[in-house]
Write a protein that binds this ligand. Structure first.
Ligand code: AMP
Ligand code: ZN
Length: 483
């Protein structure tokens, strides 16, 4: 049974769903005004592991994600400039061009990190009528009011304005950052905007007609609207990074439960931040690392995935190049060990089941991915056939998604090539590219030199050169390569 920490109750609990065996899962998607940084992607990696764990342990999952392409202001507390407009201005492009470009970039990063695309991906701009309908419903039920051109949610109408408290001071400060003024239209400090028609800037690019005038939806309403449409009225699991807990998720709960009239989502999964030595990695600070940058520096994106898996999602993770280099070493060693296993078909089912149970136990222990990685080493150490080990690792990799077997196979081929490329005879070692005909010529040249027949040695060198082969004499032998 899956034990998962629930931010709403602040306890590890047995994971339960509204419909047995089926999970309705929602994930807050990216704000597509810039590249996702590897901090954002830590959240998406851990959510991917969670989704795959649920599927791996037998659940049928419907996972929904929004793409925030409107309404997310520079302050999470509805103040400042629309982030999309900020991105468009920065690049001198239209908001829709920016949205398309960074949505594609996001999914390309996901692919490199083996993050599965959710079953439903919905850009907010594609569902405006649903948001308007929801805002109308909230006004009708007197949970919302119109003031100064905007529609606000009235938090004083709630019995309880739920605030997750497992986030730190820095996260709470999000709403008061950026030196923005308090919105005087609000009746209560925590009220938030459902629909904007009037904002602190005039040139909002995307606008839609509504009963309250031409405008655009608030950020929070989009997740509620999208989840209600594709997950239905009962959501089992809601995910996001820890900075989403407040005010975003708090506001999602307030408006959704007021709209549907019953409890909405029971389990909340929050991934803690990837930090650098100077604090939380964030897009607005402008100094952030991307998957492309990792690649440019020669890192395999899956090393970053493993780096994330090595630590628990409920702890902050410190990124440094040194830490990543350590992960490279660990990853290469691991792949090397798997490459040494001999494929075969003598799989021991009893051992397979036992090892699988260990892995499941780690994941069902509040998604303890570090422990799950330890299980990988236990497989390598197990007293069983190589075929069993390979079968277990292939099975684990459904969740880990580190391409363990494909990378090991590539490594095996590389090793075989290196072995074939090396030939020793009478204390003379030839390192080449595994071509026996060339090796034979190089050996003849050596014999000629030994017999002081230098003309013949030079003739062979020229013959090789004509074939595009370059030889270098090294201590104890020669190396050759095609040029
Ligand atoms: P955004 O694109 O800003 O809407 O954020 C996308 C996701 O990344 C959200 O779930 C955030 O909570 C999450 N997130 C933002 N910064 C970090 C970070 N430094 N580490 C982990 N997750 C983050
Ligand atoms: Zn959201």
């Amino acid at each position: 049974m899956m034990q998962l920490y629930n931010s709403a109750t602040r306890k590890k609990e047995e994971f339960k769903t509204h419909t047995p065996g089926h999970v309705e899962m929602y994930t807050c998607g990216p704000t597509v005004y810039h590249f996702a940084h590897i901090g954002n992607l830590r959240s998406y990696i851990m959510e991917d592991v969670l989704e795959k764990t649920l599927r791996y342990t037998g659940y049928d999952v419907n996972r929904v994600m929004n793409i925030t392409d409107v309404g997310h202001l520079t302050s999470d507390a509805d103040e400042g400039e629309d982030k999309m407009l900020k991105g468009a201005k920065r690049e001198n492009k239209s908001v829709m061009d920016i949205a398309k470009f960074y949505t594609d970039a996001f999914f390309s990063d996901c692919e490199k990190l083996n993050i599965k695309v959710p079953d439903v991906v919905q850009p907010a701009t594609g569902l405006i009528d649903d948001f308007i309908h929801m805002v109308e419903g909230l006004i009708e039920k007197e949970f919302a009011y119109f003031a100064g051109g905007n529609v606000y949610f009235d938090t004083s109408k709630l019995n309880r304005y739920y605030v997750f408290n497992d986030h730190n001071e820095e996260d709470l400060a999000v709403g008061v950052r950026e030196g923005v003024e308090e919105d005087t239209n609000k009746r209560n400090k925590n009220d938030f905007v459902l629909w904007f028609t009037k904002s602190k800037f005039e040139d909002q690019a995307l606008k839609w007609d509504s009963p309250w005038g031409v405008g655009y939806p608030g950020w929070h309403i989009e997740c509620s609207g999208i989840s209600l449409k594709y997950n239905g009225e009962y959501l089992d699991l809601h995910c996001g990074g820890i900075d989403n807990a407040f005010p975003h998720h708090t506001n999602e709960i307030a408006q959704t439960e007021s709209f549907v009239g019953h409890e909405w989502c029971k389990q909340w999964f929050h991934v803690h931040h990837l930090n650098t030595n100077s604090g939380k990695m964030s897009k607005s600070k402008g100094e952030f690392l991307t998957v492309s940058l990792l690649e440019e520096k020669g890192y395999d994106p899956l090393v970053y995935r493993m780096f994330c898996l090595q630590s628990h999602y409920r702890k902050g993770l410190v990124f440094s190049w040194e830490n990543l280099d350590n992960a490279v070493g660990t990853f290469n060693k691991l792949i090397g060990r798997i490459a040494n296993l001999k494929p075969g078909d003598d799989v021991d089912q009893a051992v397979f089941d036992e090892l699988k149970a260990k892995f499941v136990a780690a994941l069902e222990n509040d998604l303890n991915t570090a422990q799950a990685m330890t299980a990988v080493y236990d497989v390598l150490k197990a007293k069983t056939t190589d075929a069993t080990k390979l079968a277990v690792l292939a099975d684990y990799d459904y969740v880990l998604s580190l391409d363990l077997l494909a990378k090991a196979e590539a490594k095996r081929q590389e090793n075989a090539k290196a072995a074939a490329a090396k030939k020793s005879e009478g204390g003379y070692t030839i390192v080449g590219e595994g071509d026996p005909a060339i090796d034979a010529l190089v050996m003849q040249r050596y014999e000629a030199k030994k017999a002081k027949n230098f003309a013949e040695a030079d003739r062979i060198r020229d013959e090789l050169k004509a074939q595009g082969i370059e030889i270098t004499d090294v201590a104890g032998g020669a190396q050759w390569k095609k040029i």
